[in-house]
Design a protein around this ligand. Structure first.
Ligand code: NAD
Ligand code: SER
Length: 316
């Protein structure tokens, strides 16, 4: 029987880009995008699916004979702090539903993202190692840290091939971010291309690990394609891209737009950013499945501005 890949949370910042890459790789007819929001820009098969509804999830898995799941649906860090218990409830319920439905319905592989948000005050902030102690101080980070261990549990207890990456803040022109602490690094480019100044909700020197979205998608595909026996880390892999501060992105944008102006008005998200690493060490990902990023800050700025300018011209 025909086999399919299911994506949850497919209409978010990452999902819209990952869905198209999976369609390109495996065929549009083999990829089932799902979300509880309306269908995004991609074409292909779409199912309305709230992942906290386990019956509906199983229905979709059986309908399409799903063998692989990319479980992206989650509430992100900044939005998550508005209602911490609700964030925990949704993120954990959704992940446990995916793991349990996969086990019961012969799904073979599950990908679920973790985040740099799993780290807290105990982890070394520079070149944070993969196996650092996880003591996050956001509800989002708590749910990701617990989720990593649940993924490992399903692998050892049931043999379900669960794989995960700790993404840094993701930057892309294709989609807008959904309520995270690193969102400023996308919005700043939109403002610059629109000829507007930008008020940054993080302070000028707040350095965080970041990654261009194409690198993140490629990392995801490479991790999922690696032979099962190569995957030695069954919690989640650190992956590093680059690290920069708002002042450094602004300087990079000013090379193209010398009149671009930025001011700083740190809000509640500053407290979250201050808990996270400034840079990430990813030796395990390099060792196990040959991870290597391709985009540095000048290259990200060039691609973001070129593509957003093209979109901008299209709309005026
Ligand atoms: P996003 O907020 O842009 O998208 C999440 C999507 O999930 C949304 O379309 C939303 O409608 C959907 N969703 C929420 N609750 C749902 C539910 N109960 N059922 C079905 N769909 C639901 O997030 P994103 O940036 O695309 O992130 C995708 C994944 O990657 C998340 O797990 C996130 O934690 C992780 N991640 C993202 C980043 C980043 O910088 N974007 C960094 C680290 C980890
Ligand atoms: N970029 C994400 C956030 O800020 C990190 O997981 O929430």
């Amino acid at each position: 029987m025909h086999q399919s890949i299911l994506i949850t949370g497919a209409n978010g910042q990452l999902g819209t880009v990952l869905t198209e890459s999976l369609q390109l790789k495996y065929g549009v007819e083999n990829v089932i995008a799902s979300d509880l929001r309306e269908k995004a820009s991609y074409t292909g098969i779409f199912e309305y699916l709230d992942v906290t509804d386990s019956d509906r999830l199983e229905e979709v898995i059986l309908k399409y004979n799903v063998k692989e799941i990319y479980h992206l649906a989650a509430i992100l860090s900044a939005n998550g702090e508005r209602n911490p218990l609700n964030t925990w409830e949704i993120n954990m319920r959704a992940l446990l539903n995916v793991l349990e439905a996969s086990r019961k319905n012969n799904v073979e592989k599950v990908f679920h993202p973790s985040s740099i948000a799993v780290f807290g005050e105990s982890a070394p902030p520079i070149n944070t190692p993969n196996n650092s102690l996880l003591d996050p101080l956001t509800s989002y980070g708590l749910s990701k840290a617990a989720g990593e261990n649940w993924g490992k549990y399903y692998f050892y207890k049931y043999g379900l091939d669960v794989r995960s990456l700790r993404y840094p803040g993701l930057i892309g022109y294709q989609s807008r971010p959904g309520g995270g602490t690193t969102d400023y690094a996308v919005e700043i480019y939109h403002k610059a291309v629109a000829g507007e100044s930008f008020t940054c909700f993080l302070d000028r020197e707040t350095t965080l690990p970041m990654m261009y979205i194409d690198d993140a998608v490629r990392a995801t595909l490479e991790l999922m394609e690696a032979p099962r026996e190569n995957i030695k880390v069954r919690t989640s892999y650190n992956i590093a891209g680059i690290s920069f501060s708002p002042a450094q992105v602004a300087a990079s944008i000013k090379e193209k737009y010398p009149d671009f102006e930025i001011e700083y008005a740190p809000d509640h998200r500053q407290e979250i950013a201050d808990q996270w690493p400034k840079s990430i060490q990813d030796l395990e990902a390099m060792r196990d499945w040959s991870w290597k990023p391709q985009f540095n800050l000048p290259k990200i700025t060039e691609v973001m501005i070129d593509n957003l300018e093209r979109e901008h011209e299209h709309f005026i």
